[in-house]
Design a protein around this ligand. Structure first.
Ligand code: FES
Ligand code: FES
Length: 134
């Protein structure tokens, strides 16, 4: 059996939403200090809804596929649904990731949450702290 699903290979070789949003409403950057991998997500938000999402990822193929799928999953979604996107949901949408690559999808969940938190902070919007990782 192939190690990576066709969807992972597709999103790795043809990643969606690569790039930056110059006038982003929220930007989230997370990294794994141990390996040095970095993921940055830019969000355009209007009426509590993600209008556009882009990413820059310095990481492995699974991290790039996770970023690509995660940005596709949150575009057009209201923020409460965006905050409910888990790394497991991203991995499932990719038809699975190898067990030792699940941590790469965690970067996507954390970067999205960091970007929404950045938006809330910039706009003085109160939020439930328990929805966000430390
Ligand atoms: Fe760095 Fe996976 S090895 S996040
Ligand atoms: Fe480092 Fe996947 S992001 S191994």
């Amino acid at each position: 059996m192939a190690l990576y699903s066709e969807k992972v290979m597709d999103h790795f070789t043809h990643p969606r939403n690569v790039g930056i949003i110059e006038d982003a409403d929220g930007v989230g950057e997370v990294g794994n200090a141990r390996c040095g991998d970095i993921m940055k997500i830019y969000l355009k938000i209007k009426d509590q809804t993600v209008e556009d999402a882009k990413f820059e990822t310095f990481g492995c193929g699974s991290a790039i596929a996770s970023s690509s799928m995660a940005t596709e999953m949150i575009k057009g979604k209201p923020l409460d649904e965006v905050l409910a996107v888990t790394n497991q949901a991203v991995a499932e949408a990719l038809d699975g990731l190898p067990a030792h690559k699940m941590h790469c999808s965690v970067l996507a969940e954390e970067a999205i949450k960091a970007a929404v938190m950045d938006y809330y902070n910039k706009n003085g919007i109160g939020y439930d702290r328990s929805l966000f990782p430390d």
